[in-house]
Design a protein around this ligand. Structure first.
Ligand code: EPZ
Length: 416
């Protein structure tokens, strides 16, 4: 298993530019299927999830060119609607193709996207909405075969503001017959970005950024060029790494407007933050306060994707911190690895109690998922001695080159 080796103790200092957003780019790649022509996507991060999505696009007949961070997708001819099992199994978010293929080809077959270590991650909200819009499903050998004579616009009330379900339903609606209203829609920036991309391609969507999206189906969409927003979770990870090492870091090109809940939390624990347009300067020297109570919430609340990196930082705070995880039932899993490094984290149901300790000890640890891996890297930066984080492949799913970025901030970090 590929790994990352860190020698802890260095204070991060310097400037780093933030990559394009994984969770904004992935739905855009699926949305290119809705367009009978070429879509150009700029600032697309070179991460493994994107490369897997490209394989899927090519497997259904798209021609794809990915040079630097510019991705060109020609979806003029969609010749296949069955996603290759190997990629659907590798990446559960491949289910984001369902809405677009149902809209474009009125059929799709996708291997059932199982859960992962952070939770069961069901897709009932997606399926309920598709069937309301006219799709039928057959499930065989863990594969879902869906088809529809046509997709009709409907009034859809979501039981939970699921990001992926909102995105899938929007993509199923933009070419449907009639109007769709999605009530209780997710408001994450990655939903807003998808809607903006589609509107630029000629879709009719109102209420963007709110929990009520109104979509008027149109006959077709036009070719489009779009730039992916910077990644708020990568930016947040680097701010937390700066605080963890009491460093002074300048983030260039960060999505400041999408980061309020994190910035407020960082200020509350004693970090000094200066915002300048899309740049963030943080001084983490005095940031050692605990967080008496914090809940992860849907946007604009504190993001679940920055929960485990925060847990790593708080493992050395002065006092006791409490985090309640409201989104994924198993997202405290990484606390076991942090405790092996000397942290004192107690998990009960969906709460974590973090008793700040004097120091962490470097050792061999293993990442089992993306953001838990980021948490272990942050812990390694703080720890005495060297830390080997196995499971680099998980981390490369979302971070274009975290070793390059942290090294340029002064970390002693290498790929193993
Ligand atoms: C997206 O996942 C992100 N992934 C996740 O980021 C992120 O943590 C999550 O949104 C929440 O913000 C991508 O964008 C590729 P959800 P998604 O549907 O869409 C339940 C990362 O590290 N649910 O909003 O799968 C579900 O079980 C990843 O970059 C249902 O019950 O998240 C979960 O408890 C991790 N039924 C909650 O909703 C459904 O049909 C939130 O899931 C769908 C979801």
């Amino acid at each position: 298993m590929k790994s990352i080796n860190i020698i802890g103790g260095n204070t991060l200092c310097g400037e780093v530019s933030i990559q394009g957003s994984k969770n904004a780019a992935l739905p855009l790649l699926a949305a290119t299927v809705l367009i009978k022509g070429v879509s150009v996507i700029h600032n697309c991060p070179r991460i493994t999830d994107i490369f897997h999505m490209i394989k899927i696009l090519e497997s259904i007949g798209c021609k794809v060119l990915f040079t630097g961070n510019c991705l060109k997708v020609d979806a003029t001819d969609i010749t296949n609607t069955a996603l290759p099992e190997e990629y659907a199994k590798l990446m559960r978010s491949s289910f984001i193709f369902a809405g677009a293929l149902l809209a474009r080809k009125k059929e799709v077959s996708i291997h059932y996207p199982g859960g992962c270590v952070i939770g069961k991650r069901p897709i009932d909200i997606h399926l309920d909405a598709f069937s309301k819009m006219g799709a039928q499903f057959v499930e065989k050998n863990e594969t879902i075969y869906a088809n529809a004579k046509k997709l009709t616009g409907e009034e859809i009330l979501l039981s939970f503001p699921s990001v992926g379900a909102t995105q899938n339903i929007v993509m199923a609606s933009v070419l449907a017959e009639g109007n769709t209203i999605i009530r209780g829609a997710a408001k994450e920036p990655e939903v807003t970005e998808l809607c903006s991309f589609l509107v630029k391609a000629g879709a009719k969507i109102q209420g963007i950024g709110t929990e009520i999206l109104k979509i008027e189906g149109v006959p077709c969409l036009q070719e489009v060029e779009y730039k992916v927003v910077p990644d708020r979770i990568v930016a947040g990870t680097y701010l937390l790494a700066a605080v963890a090492t009491k460093g002074a870091v300048f983030l260039e090109n960060a999505p400041v407007d999408h980061m309020n809940s994190l910035l407020l939390m960082l200020k509350n624990i004693g970090a000094k933050i200066h915002l300048e347009g899309n740049n963030i300067f943080i001084n983490g020297e005095g940031a050692n306060k605990s967080v008496p109570y914090l809940e992860t919430e849907v946007y604009p609340g504190y993001p679940t994707d920055l929960q485990s990196p925060l847990m790593a930082v708080l493992s050395r705070a002065e006092g006791i911190s409490v985090i309640r995880e409201n989104i994924f039932e198993n997202r405290f899993r990484i606390s076991g690895q942090l405790n092996r490094m000397g942290a004192k984290i107690f998990v009960k149901d969906n709460h974590a109690l973090i008793y700040g300790v004097e120091k962490l000890k470097g050792m061999e640890v293993t990442a089992e998922e993306l953001r838990g891996g980021a948490a272990l890297i942050i812990a390694g930066l703080m720890a005495e001695g060297s830390t080997k984080v196995a499971g680099l492949s998980y981390i490369e799913r979302g971070y274009e080159d975290i070793v390059r970025d942290l090294k340029c901030l002064g970390a002693k970090i290498e790929k193993g």
